[in-house]
Design a protein around this ligand. Structure first.
Ligand code: NDP
Length: 256
């Protein structure tokens, strides 16, 4: 097991499910104390109980917070500061999508409400969480910010909608701009771009959309949350101190 002698503190947004839960498990395994949030208290509680079977309560913190809401994000950081002081590693993972209503061009049915909800969660949420923890990182002259974007944000998306693709494309730009801004202070900012990972967001591997998607993945399997967590663990590590403004594709060779 990799050792983290300084017991650094990580925050994973959207840690109650899928990829985020896998990242929380991996960072705990690597020796971090890990706070994680989600907006649904019941799912949060279930995730906490599972983690607490193998991890002592003093090493995990489950926080009910909506990353798209500034007051909620502020409250979450206040709770972390009150208990653990600061955040060393921020993983901006929380994200949502919405489903297509029918086969006509998506833009005909894309409501402003859906656009705002997806962009506010995926992109604005990343900005808000970063803003609240960057000051401590700058003062400590050490920090890691890792943004979960998507293959859909850097290719012509085959499944995702325009709002999701735009929000994820925005994360590439935000990552590079923040990396430039924070580099002089020992804070790195990178992103991980997953391909098709089976989670509650993508649904069953047996769903027709996923059976079709599998044919486009050269390695011949879907990704797992652990595949993404491995990439995040690298960016979070001491080894990655000279890596910033980078994007790591974790997609089994699928490149739309
Ligand atoms: P899941 O739906 O399984 O998990 C999403 C997580 O985000 C949940 O914990 C959810 O909890 C949380 N979340 C959603 N909205 C908010 C919010 N407003 N505030 C706080 N937490 C929130 O999805 P995945 O694990 O598949 O996705 C994780 C990330 O990976 C997302 O950013 C997604 O876009 C990205 N991604 C996923 C891919 C895949 O194939 N699965 C491919 C490429 C990128 P709750 O609902 O309780 O708030």
């Amino acid at each position: 097991m990799p050792v983290n002698p300084t017991r650094r503190i990580a925050l994973v947004t959207g840690g109650s499910s899928g990829i985020g839960f896998g990242i929380v498990e991996r960072l705990l395994m690597d020796g971090f104390r890990v706070a994680f949030c989600s907006s649904d208290p019941d799912r949060l509680e279930v995730a906490y109980r599972i983690l607490n079977t193998t991890t002592p309560a003093e090493d995990i913190m489950a926080l009910c917070a909506d990353v798209s809401d500034e007051d909620s994000v502020k409250g979450m950081f206040t709770d972390i500061r009150d208990r653990w002081g600061h955040v060393d590693v921020l993983v901006n993972n929380a994200g949502i999508s919405t489903r297509r209503a029918n086969e006509q061009p998506w833009i005909f049915d894309l409501s402003l409400e859906d656009w705002d909800r997806v962009v506010r969660t995926n992109l604005t949420g990343t900005f808000l969480c970063t803003r609240f923890c960057a000051r401590d990182m700058v003062e400590n002259r050490w920090g890691r910010i890792i943004n979960i974007t998507s293959l859909a944000g850097r290719t012509i998306p085959l499944i995702a909608g325009p709002h999701y693709a735009a929000s994820k494309a925005g994360i590439f730009g935000l990552t590079r701009a923040l990396a430039r801004d924070l580099a002089p202070y020992g804070v790195t900012v990178n992103c991980v771009a997953p391909g098709r990972i089976i989670t509650p967001m993508t649904g069953s591997a047996e769903a027709p959309v996923n059976i079709a998607a599998l044919k486009r993945i050269p390695v011949g399997r879907f990704g797992t949350p652990a595949d993404i967590a491995g990439a995040v663990a690298y960016y979070a590590s001491e080894d990655a101190g000279f890596v910033t403004a980078a994007a790591l594709d974790v997609n089994g060779g699928e490149f739309g």
